[in-house]
Design a protein around this ligand. Structure first.
Ligand SMILES: [Zn+2]
Ligand SMILES: [Zn+2]
Length: 167
Protein backbone atom coordinates (compact mmCIF):
# COMPACT_ATOMS: atom_id res chain seq x y z
CA UNK A 1 0.00 0.00 0.00
CA UNK A 2 1.34 3.39 -0.94
CA UNK A 3 -0.04 5.21 2.09
CA UNK A 4 2.20 5.93 5.01
CA UNK A 5 1.58 3.99 8.15
CA UNK A 6 1.03 6.85 10.59
CA UNK A 7 -2.23 8.05 9.08
CA UNK A 8 -4.40 4.95 9.13
CA UNK A 9 -3.17 4.25 12.65
CA UNK A 10 -4.31 7.60 13.90
CA UNK A 11 -7.70 7.04 12.25
CA UNK A 12 -7.91 3.64 13.90
CA UNK A 13 -7.14 5.21 17.24
CA UNK A 14 -9.77 7.92 16.78
CA UNK A 15 -12.37 5.28 15.86
CA UNK A 16 -11.32 3.22 18.87
CA UNK A 17 -11.62 6.16 21.29
CA UNK A 18 -15.05 7.04 19.86
CA UNK A 19 -16.20 3.45 20.33
CA UNK A 20 -15.01 3.28 23.95
CA UNK A 21 -16.75 6.56 24.76
CA UNK A 22 -19.90 5.42 23.00
CA UNK A 23 -19.98 2.32 25.16
CA UNK A 24 -19.28 4.27 28.34
CA UNK A 25 -15.87 2.62 28.74
CA UNK A 26 -12.87 4.47 30.12
CA UNK A 27 -10.19 5.42 27.60
CA UNK A 28 -7.10 4.18 29.43
CA UNK A 29 -3.46 4.14 28.45
CA UNK A 30 -3.57 0.34 28.67
CA UNK A 31 -6.51 -0.01 26.30
CA UNK A 32 -4.95 2.43 23.83
CA UNK A 33 -1.67 0.51 23.89
CA UNK A 34 -3.37 -2.88 23.49
CA UNK A 35 -5.47 -1.66 20.61
CA UNK A 36 -2.45 0.00 18.95
CA UNK A 37 -0.55 -3.28 19.16
CA UNK A 38 -3.46 -5.13 17.57
CA UNK A 39 -4.08 -2.53 14.88
CA UNK A 40 -0.38 -2.61 13.95
CA UNK A 41 -0.32 -6.39 13.53
CA UNK A 42 -1.84 -8.64 10.91
CA UNK A 43 -0.52 -11.71 12.72
CA UNK A 44 -3.57 -12.33 14.93
CA UNK A 45 -1.44 -12.27 18.09
CA UNK A 46 -2.13 -14.19 21.30
CA UNK A 47 -2.60 -12.35 24.62
CA UNK A 48 1.01 -13.27 25.49
CA UNK A 49 2.31 -11.72 22.28
CA UNK A 50 0.23 -8.59 22.86
CA UNK A 51 1.55 -8.45 26.42
CA UNK A 52 5.17 -8.63 25.21
CA UNK A 53 4.56 -5.89 22.64
CA UNK A 54 2.75 -3.56 25.04
CA UNK A 55 5.09 -4.12 27.98
CA UNK A 56 7.81 -2.17 26.21
CA UNK A 57 5.61 0.91 26.50
CA UNK A 58 3.90 0.08 29.81
CA UNK A 59 6.40 -1.91 31.93
CA UNK A 60 3.96 -2.27 34.86
CA UNK A 61 1.30 -3.97 32.82
CA UNK A 62 0.48 -7.55 33.82
CA UNK A 63 -0.63 -10.40 31.61
CA UNK A 64 -3.84 -10.66 33.65
CA UNK A 65 -4.61 -7.03 32.82
CA UNK A 66 -4.11 -7.74 29.14
CA UNK A 67 -6.59 -10.63 29.34
CA UNK A 68 -9.11 -8.50 31.22
CA UNK A 69 -8.85 -5.64 28.75
CA UNK A 70 -9.04 -7.93 25.73
CA UNK A 71 -12.26 -9.37 27.10
CA UNK A 72 -13.71 -5.89 27.66
CA UNK A 73 -12.66 -4.79 24.16
CA UNK A 74 -14.07 -7.95 22.63
CA UNK A 75 -17.41 -7.39 24.38
CA UNK A 76 -17.40 -3.81 23.08
CA UNK A 77 -16.72 -4.97 19.52
CA UNK A 78 -13.31 -3.30 19.16
CA UNK A 79 -11.42 -6.56 18.77
CA UNK A 80 -12.49 -9.99 17.70
CA UNK A 81 -11.08 -13.33 18.62
CA UNK A 82 -9.99 -15.97 16.20
CA UNK A 83 -9.55 -18.93 18.43
CA UNK A 84 -10.57 -22.12 16.75
CA UNK A 85 -7.73 -24.64 16.62
CA UNK A 86 -5.73 -22.63 19.14
CA UNK A 87 -5.31 -23.38 22.81
CA UNK A 88 -4.88 -19.65 23.38
CA UNK A 89 -7.15 -16.97 22.06
CA UNK A 90 -5.85 -15.08 19.05
CA UNK A 91 -7.04 -11.53 18.54
CA UNK A 92 -7.32 -8.87 15.90
CA UNK A 93 -8.55 -5.30 15.77
CA UNK A 94 -12.10 -5.21 14.48
CA UNK A 95 -13.41 -1.70 14.06
CA UNK A 96 -15.67 -1.11 11.07
CA UNK A 97 -13.90 1.10 8.56
CA UNK A 98 -10.39 0.30 9.73
CA UNK A 99 -8.20 -1.93 7.62
CA UNK A 100 -8.33 -4.73 10.15
CA UNK A 101 -12.09 -4.41 10.48
CA UNK A 102 -12.95 -5.35 6.91
CA UNK A 103 -14.97 -8.50 6.80
CA UNK A 104 -12.73 -11.44 6.01
CA UNK A 105 -12.10 -15.10 6.53
CA UNK A 106 -9.03 -16.96 7.73
CA UNK A 107 -6.45 -19.39 6.49
CA UNK A 108 -5.13 -21.39 9.44
CA UNK A 109 -2.05 -23.58 9.34
CA UNK A 110 -2.80 -26.75 11.32
CA UNK A 111 0.92 -27.24 11.99
CA UNK A 112 2.34 -23.87 13.10
CA UNK A 113 -1.10 -22.33 13.90
CA UNK A 114 -0.35 -19.25 11.80
CA UNK A 115 -3.52 -17.28 10.96
CA UNK A 116 -3.68 -15.31 7.71
CA UNK A 117 -6.51 -13.12 6.45
CA UNK A 118 -8.44 -14.45 3.49
CA UNK A 119 -10.51 -12.13 1.33
CA UNK A 120 -12.88 -13.90 -1.03
CA UNK A 121 -16.16 -12.29 -2.08
CA UNK A 122 -17.72 -15.65 -2.83
CA UNK A 123 -17.24 -16.66 0.79
CA UNK A 124 -18.75 -13.36 1.93
CA UNK A 125 -21.99 -14.25 0.15
CA UNK A 126 -22.52 -17.56 1.97
CA UNK A 127 -25.94 -17.64 3.63
CA UNK A 128 -27.13 -20.30 6.02
CA UNK A 129 -30.68 -21.48 5.59
CA UNK A 130 -32.92 -20.44 8.52
CA UNK A 131 -34.09 -24.04 8.66
CA UNK A 132 -30.54 -25.07 9.65
CA UNK A 133 -29.75 -22.42 12.23
CA UNK A 134 -31.82 -23.96 15.05
CA UNK A 135 -33.12 -20.68 16.36
CA UNK A 136 -29.78 -18.84 16.10
CA UNK A 137 -29.86 -15.23 15.03
CA UNK A 138 -26.90 -15.29 12.63
CA UNK A 139 -24.53 -12.33 12.98
CA UNK A 140 -21.71 -13.44 10.73
CA UNK A 141 -20.53 -16.39 8.71
CA UNK A 142 -16.77 -16.76 8.88
CA UNK A 143 -14.96 -19.44 6.99
CA UNK A 144 -11.82 -21.00 8.36
CA UNK A 145 -9.72 -22.72 5.73
CA UNK A 146 -7.37 -25.21 7.35
CA UNK A 147 -4.21 -26.53 5.79
CA UNK A 148 -0.44 -26.37 5.74
CA UNK A 149 1.21 -23.01 5.12
CA UNK A 150 4.06 -22.80 2.57
CA UNK A 151 6.66 -22.69 5.36
CA UNK A 152 5.37 -25.92 6.87
CA UNK A 153 4.92 -27.60 3.50
CA UNK A 154 8.54 -26.91 2.64
CA UNK A 155 9.83 -28.14 5.97
CA UNK A 156 9.95 -31.92 6.26
CA UNK A 157 10.64 -31.92 10.00
CA UNK A 158 8.41 -30.13 12.43
CA UNK A 159 9.95 -27.10 14.08
CA UNK A 160 8.87 -25.85 17.49
CA UNK A 161 6.32 -23.06 17.19
CA UNK A 162 8.43 -21.14 19.72
CA UNK A 163 11.19 -20.72 17.14
CA UNK A 164 9.07 -18.53 14.95
CA UNK A 165 7.78 -16.31 17.76
CA UNK A 166 11.24 -14.96 18.42
CA UNK A 167 12.12 -11.66 16.82
ZN1 LIG B 1 2.54 -23.45 9.07
ZN1 LIG C 1 -8.12 -11.75 10.44
Amino acid sequence: MPRRKENPRRQDEAAFIALLRGRGLAVTEQRLAIFAALAASREHPSPEQIFLAVRQKLPNLSLATVYKNLEALRAAGAVSDVNILHEQGRYEAALPGTGAGRSHHHLVCVSCKKVIDLHDERLDSIRVSPRETQGFEVRAVRVQVEGLCPDCRNRPKRRSPLDRKRR
